[in-house]
Design a protein around this ligand. Structure first.
Ligand code: KG4
Ligand code: ZN
Length: 340
């Protein structure tokens, strides 16, 4: 019997076609990502139909490359892991179908993984000392969740966005100031040249749940500011708008997260998802956690945005608990965290 558990993981929930080989949960033997960003940039956002078609074109190639880079073959795998939700249904179906086909043909067990569980698990890759329980802020293009990670695979969502996700707000504001898609990295870069205190944008507080978020008011405030400048014939300093908007988002994320960590009595905090790769956001959390004596964790940028390594890591802990998916595994676009 082999002692190591080696997993081939597949991710295709949005606009990245990705495959990885992961050993014992935290050792990444390969991590191949084909990003479709260039294809969608001209449309100002992800076009689901184009995403699905490109996934079909690329998926086999990406899987073969992941195995080759790991120096392994399918017969060396103990499980085939795949993201089955949430995400774009057509995009998810490509990964799910590929994983099911491999599992069916080889008899290797299949493990369906929740995409957000993958994002959270990205923190385990480079932080060997990190173990649950801890609080995790997941901020991506589709989600803004404050989650208590009670144990591996055991989550309690204590806060979520009521409207736009944090990444969505970055993308929409970037479009409004003419930066194009994807907005997050562009606002991150431009902000470095701007004054974050130049314009005061609102920070939404929600009376009934201190851990929930709302970013649509902030987005509207930015749009109103831009319209106001245009009507008054005043020049817009894009870098100041970007930096001030970014600061407003970061302030809210930091305040709500720190409040949760303290209220629930934890001493470890992690961030995850595409927005977690934002350099100012990471710095703000680092400083605040140091002050509050909370141990802070974050994945490297490549493990923040969509990738399959994080899916392999999440799958390992599910696999160890005995979780196996059947050939009836389907794509679930609105899959909730903690559901199977
Ligand atoms: O996790 P992810 O790759 O995909 C989803 O699961 O949604 O996140 C993508 C989101 C996009 O909205 C993108 O603009 C944002 O993450 N993002 C960033 C940065 N890099 C990516 N937002 C802020 N700063 C960044 N550096
Ligand atoms: Zn994601």
């Amino acid at each position: 019997m082999r002692e190591d558990v080696t997993i081939l993981a597949i991710e295709s929930s949005c606009d990245e076609t990705a495959a990885a080989v992961v050993r014992n949960g935290r050792e990444i033997l390969s991590n191949v990502i084909f990003s479709q960003i260039d294809l969608h940039t001209v449309y100002g956002g992800v076009v689901p139909e184009i995403a699905s078609r490109k996934h079909i074109e690329k998926i086999n190639q990406v899987i073969e490359e992941a195995l080759r880079k790991a120096g392994m073959q399918l017969r060396d795998m103990d499980a085939i892991a795949v993201t089955y939700g949430p995400g774009l249904v057509g995009a998810l179906l490509v990964g799910v179908s590929a994983a099911k086909a491999i599992s069916f043909a080889t008899g290797i067990p299949l493990v369906g993984v929740h995409h957000i569980e993958g994002h959270i698990s990205a923190n385990f890759i480079e932080n060997p000392d990190l173990e649950p329980p801890f609080v995790c802020l997941v901020v991506s293009g589709g989600h803004s969740h404050l989650v208590i990670v009670r144990d591996y695979g055991e989550y309690e969502v204590i806060g979520r966005t009521r409207d736009d996700a944090a990444g969505e707000a970055f993308d929409k504001v970037a479009r409004a100031i003419g930066l194009g898609y994807p907005g997050g990295p562009k606002i991150d870069k431009l902000s470095k040249e701007g004054n974050p205190d130049a314009i005061h944008f609102p920070r939404a507080k929600l009376e009934d749940n201190a851990y929930d978020f709302s970013f649509s008011g902030l987005k509207s405030a930015v749009l109103n500011y831009l319209n106001g400048c245009q009507m008054k014939g005043e020049p817009v300093v894009e870098a100041d708008v970007a930096a001030s908007f970014q600061k407003a988002v970061i302030d809210v994320l930091v305040e709500h997260s720190m409040h949760a960590v303290k209220e629930f009595g934890y001493d470890k905090f992690a961030i995850a998802g595409g927005v977690a790769s934002n350099s100012s956001l990471a710095r703000a959390f680092e400083e605040r956690c140091r002050k509050e004596n909370i141990k802070f964790y974050r994945p490297s940028p490549v493990y923040c945005t969509d990738n399959a390594a994080m899916i392999g890591t999440a799958a390992y802990y599910e696999y160890q608990k005995g979780v196996r998916s059947g050939m009836d595994l389907n794509a679930v676009p609105y899959l909730k965290l903690g559901e199977r």
